[in-house]
Design a protein around this ligand. Structure first.
Ligand SMILES: Nc1ncnc2c1ncn2[C@@H]1O[C@H](COP(=O)(O)OP(=O)(O)OP(=O)(O)O)[C@@H](O)[C@H]1O
Ligand SMILES: [Mg+2]
Length: 347
């Protein structure tokens, strides 16, 4: 139940510069996400999405700025933040030597959801039901009892998802959750998440490169080189960036061209002609044309069109050499380990 109007996620002037990097991986971003909102963070490889999520989930310290999750500061109240969040990491973080079920069980115990029992059979019925339900949604079923080292990439992904959903988190962070999932599992996961959002008012922050998954988001932010270059509802982002247009053609192109000129509408091409009009204007234009048309094709922009436009535009404005010099995985691991050591213990 939502009892407060405080944002579920509140990010102010967030900056992250990795050690020895020449530029900021996250370069002063601001956004808030309301309780129960579905918010998508989009952007090309290296834009800073995972860095942002890592900070929001207390896995990484910010260089500067303030982040609050469900009202709790990620720096000073890390364990309170962790109780409220669920995370699906871009890079799997499973124990290979345990079975799928054991990974989920130990995670659930760590989060204080269930008391420790040495085997699945001895776990409470509620745990077993919840696990079976989730395993069915993601079509993992009996494979849940096999060792993780025998899993395919997609199966590991599914197990991560199941694990992160066990404690019904108030705020769920999904970093490319569907990368590598087959279409049936992908659809199953989205149906489950929609249902979970409706039932529990879960706030969802998603990153994805499948832009159709963000079409249903309440709002999207497009991140490029650590900066938010567009933020709004998918409709608003599209409207701001890409035009609706209609393609028309006729056997008598000269006549059609003359009519388009006379109508004073902007158009391009030598036939088919691309006319930049939308909605009601399209209807009026088509009614006004007398030349028999052989082609009428309306183009409604997708979020992907808008995304490509905004990222392309931002890149050409930024010019070359905007990248961050990375330190690689070892440094990443060391920083995370430091963080885990410094944080108030969850383990
Ligand atoms: N541990 C690290 N040390 C140094 N630089 C890093 C580290 N992790 C990420 N970076 C750099 O920070 C920038 C943002 O990376 P990040 O992983 O946040 O991007 P992303 O938006 O998640 O990309 P992708 O879509 O590929 O997952 C990149 O330039 C990357 O090289
Ligand atoms: Mg990433």
């Amino acid at each position: 139940m939502v009892t407060t109007t405080a944002p579920a996620i509140d990010v102010r002037h967030l900056v992250k510069r990795y050690l020895n990097a020449r530029t900021n991986a996250v370069d002063g971003i601001d956004f808030t996400v309301d309780p129960g909102e579905f918010f998508a963070l989009l952007g090309p490889n290296g834009a800073g999405k995972t860095t942002t999520i890592s900070i929001l989930t207390t896995m990484l310290l910010p260089t500067s700025g303030v982040v609050r999750i469900a009202g709790h500061d990620v720096r000073t109240e890390a364990s309170a933040v962790r109780r409220h969040v669920g995370i699906i990491f871009q890079r799997p973080s499973l124990d290979q030597n345990l079975t799928g079920e054991e990974n989920v069980r130990f995670h659930s115990i760590l989060y204080g959801l269930y008391p420790f029992r040495p085997s699945y059979r001895l776990m409470p019925g509620a745990y077993r039901r919840q696990l079976q339900d989730l395993a069915a949604v993601l079509e993992l079923r009996e494979d849940i009892f096999r060792p993780v080292k025998t899993y395919s990439g997609g199966m590991r992904r599914k197990l991560e998802i199941i694990r992160s959903l066990m404690h019904h988190p108030q705020v769920l962070f999904l970093d490319e959750p569907t990368a590598g999932l087959d279409p049936a599992s992908r659809r199953g996961l989205w149906e489950y998440l929609d249902e979970e959002r409706r039932r529990s008012g879960t706030t969802v922050l998603l990153t994805t490169h499948y832009l159709d998954e963000a079409e249903n988001a309440g709002r999207v932010a497009i991140l490029n080189r650590g900066v938010i270059v567009s933020l709004g509802t998918p409709g608003a982002v599209k409207a701001e960036l890409v035009r609706h247009y209609v393609l028309v053609d006729a056997d008598d192109r000269a006549a059609l061209r003359g009519e388009l000129l006379a109508a004073g509408v902007p158009f391009s091409g030598a036939g088919p002609f691309r006319v930049d009009v939308d909605g009601s204007a399209t209807h009026a234009l088509l009614r006004a044309i007398r030349t028999p048309l052989t082609l009428v094709q309306t183009h409604t922009p997708s979020l992907e069109d808008a995304y490509l436009e905004v990222v392309g535009r931002a890149d050409s404005e930024a010019g070359e050499d905007g990248g961050t010099v990375g330190r690689g995985d070892d440094a990443d691991r060391a920083e995370r380990a430091d963080r885990a050591g410094a944080a108030e213990g969850v383990a």
